[in-house]
Design a protein around this ligand. Structure first.
Ligand code: PEP
Ligand code: MN
Length: 364
């Protein structure tokens, strides 16, 4: 089954006031005054194309601030009237969608804790069916591409064409210094599957700390993502949710001034030639890499056969430890990161073991 995947380009979905496209606003709407003051501060930077504010807040632990709820929607409407910017909020069920639509909220987003649940996504898609709203889908909490794509597809099938993905990072046990592991490769996968779909980055939820937001935002731009969603609060330290990661509107403006927009096309002939040369060498190096891997897997098949014929177990723990120790030592001498080599050899080893166990099965 090939799912329907229509999509509009970002500038067909929303007017882009300034590059890079930016949605900014507090994690949560806390009071009318807090939202309006923050929204005005953001509008003054002239950087943002939309204002965000969470009204229903999915919280990991009970007892945390769970959002003002429907009473905050008129504040968003006022923020739009006073700044002229479209407004965005998170919805987690059909009732939220209906309430938000009553107030004419322009952009809805599905949060990371909702994208994981196809029942909720289906319910939201149904509530949205036949409308012309802009809908953003944050990646699910854990790095499962199918859930992220599935949510986008479900909405698309319900007739929502103004879709965007939001990359907000993934839960991991150890992600220091970040709150969430970026796992940028998941965005590349989305782009491969659905090339026209705009993908925003939410550096606030990846970083989790305001001093790291800029670094993540710059990486997102370097990777050619289409825009940013950044949590902004008039007084971040006093925020009722996500206090550590929010910026003041003034700091947001300064940060946006410092970010460097990269271009995808190269116009200068000389630069183009440099890039072409290096790419040719990278292609050649990759070809050698593939040949070496093919050679290694040939050897794996040989050893697999001997193990099988002699009743020896495929996986041998000590051998695996020796490989890891030896390869990381070699790699360090070449200036390669230990973590990179460990991860790379874990994948190579996993497929080597799989191949050998398959051989065992094939010959039975
Ligand atoms: C948010 O944007 O405030 C939010 C709750 O995000 P996420 O769903 O990415 O955790
Ligand atoms: Mn938040």
């Amino acid at each position: 089954m090939s799912a329907k995947r229509s999509a509009n380009k970002l500038n067909e979905i929303l007017p882009i006031l300034e590059e890079p496209f930016l949605i900014a606003g507090p994690c949560s709407a806390e009071s009318e005054d807090q939202l309006l003051e923050t929204a005005h501060g953001i509008a003054q930077t002239r950087r943002a194309s939309a204002i965000r504010a969470g009204v229903w807040k999915p919280r990991t632990r009970p007892g945390s601030f769970e959002g003002i709820g429907v009473h905050a929607l008129p504040w968003l409407v006022r923020a739009r009237e006073e700044t002229g910017l479209p407004i965005a909020t998170e919805v987690a069920n059909a009732q939220h969608v209906e309430e938000a639509m009553k107030y004419g909220v322009d952009i809805l987003w599905i949060g990371a804790r909702t994208t994981v649940n196809p029942f909720y996504v289906a319910e939201i898609a149904e509530a949205l069916s036949g409308t012309d709203l802009v809908v953003m889908v944050k990646n699910p909490i854990h790095p499962e591409l199918g859930l992220w794509l599935g949510a986008l597809e479900r909405l698309n099938k319900a007739g929502i064409d103004k879709l965007m993905a939001v990359h907000r990072g993934f839960f991991a046990m150890e992600v220091a210094p970040f709150r969430n592991d970026p796992k940028w490769e998941l965005s590349f996968e989305i782009r491969k599957e659905w090339p026209d779909l705009p993908i925003l980055c939410d550096p606030s939820h990846i970083a989790g700390r305001r001093d790291l937001v800029e670094q993540v935002a710059q990486t997102a731009l370097d990777l050619n993502l289409d825009g940013l969603m950044i949590e902004t609060h008039r007084d971040p330290d006093k925020a009722l949710s996500d206090a550590a990661q929010q910026l003041t509107p003034a700091d947001l403006g300064k940060m946006m001034d410092r970010l460097i927009l990269k271009r995808e096309e190269v116009t200068e002939d000389r630069t183009r030639q440099f890039l072409a040369d290096i790419r040719t060498r990278i292609d050649a190096a990759d070809e050698r890499l593939v040949n070496v891997l093919a050679e290694r897997f040939g050897l794996v098949e040989e050893i697999g056969k001997i193990k099988h014929d002699n009743g020896i177990t495929v996986f041998q723990l000590q051998r695996w430890f020796d490989i890891l120790q030896d390869r990381t030592q070699q790699a360090q001498l070449k200036g390669l990161e230990e973590k990179f080599i460990t991860e790379l050899f874990s994948v190579i080893h996993k497929y080597s073991v799989n191949r050998q166990t398959e051989m065992g099965r094939d010959s039975e």
